[in-house]
Design a protein around this ligand. Sequence first.
Ligand SMILES: C[S@@+](CC[C@H](N)C(=O)[O-])C[C@H]1O[C@@H](n2cnc3c(N)ncnc32)[C@H](O)[C@@H]1O
Length: 292
Amino acid sequence: MNDIEVRSVSELIPISDREFRLLTDLIYQRFGINLDDQKRSLVVGRLNKVLRKLGFTNFQDYHHYLMTDKTGEAQDTLINRISTNHTFFWREHDHFELLRDKVLPEVTQFLKSTNRRDLKIWCPGCSSGEEPYMLAMLAAEHFGKELGMWDVGILATDISACVLNRATEAVYSEENVSHLPIIYKRKYMLKQPDHTWRVSDKIRKMVMFRRLNLMRDSYPFKKKFRLIFCRNVMIYFDRETREALVGRFSQYMEEDGYLFIGHSESLSRTNSYYKYVQPAVYQKQRKGELVK
Ligand SMILES: C[S@@+](CC[C@H](N)C(=O)[O-])C[C@H]1O[C@@H](n2cnc3c(N)ncnc32)[C@H](O)[C@@H]1O
């Protein structure tokens, strides 16, 4: 028994200090993800299988492959392995309650007063789709029979193709929906014979999934968003990256639009784009209010 354990540990391809720095620099530059020395065993653990599959015996050769690959395949596999995709329905639910009780009624009233019927929501770092589907369920509940009279568009983006495939499939485990209030489960989820849960077609149609790296200098959007849900994504970025990203978010957001971030994240006090509403919720400043 002991023999087997010792062998499986020694089978791991080790990473030198230099190799670790090369790899984490590449990950930081391409994806913004900041991995410090404490993440060393995580990196080795997550990437060992990839190295073996590709026939590499050390991280230096793997790094060279990442630097020279032109197909994009090397980078895709890397981010699929390295990103943390944990999420579930009704996560950090006080945000959804605020949306239901305050934000959606307020936004709807404003849009009506300006003869607009478009509600654009962006969910960057959407992982396997639970969060944007949650937003679609809340919008469906809010608009009720009038949903068809509104142009509700939810764009959900992520860097990882792997999670986006899962999001498009829209099938979830019992555990993943365990916190979802019964009202949403009954109306918008279908229990399958194998005990998994499938999101209803009505809700699926409201969400569009696309691949997008948040590290781009600009994004290919024609219209601005009224709500942005970027939760538990910036936690992996350093301060500089976070601040630049928040600045970009504001460029693609309507005045008075709401930005939701994860509860373990916060905007810097010097940020001049958003004002604080409540923990992990901010509202875009109007032009005249900008403090530069
Ligand atoms: C922990 S999940 C957050 C899921 C969901 N927003 C939530 O709060 O439950 C973080 C997601 O951010 C994505 N991500 C990390 N770096 C990214 C980048 N540079 N561009 C786009 N997405 C990124 C990851 O692929 C991962 O799916």
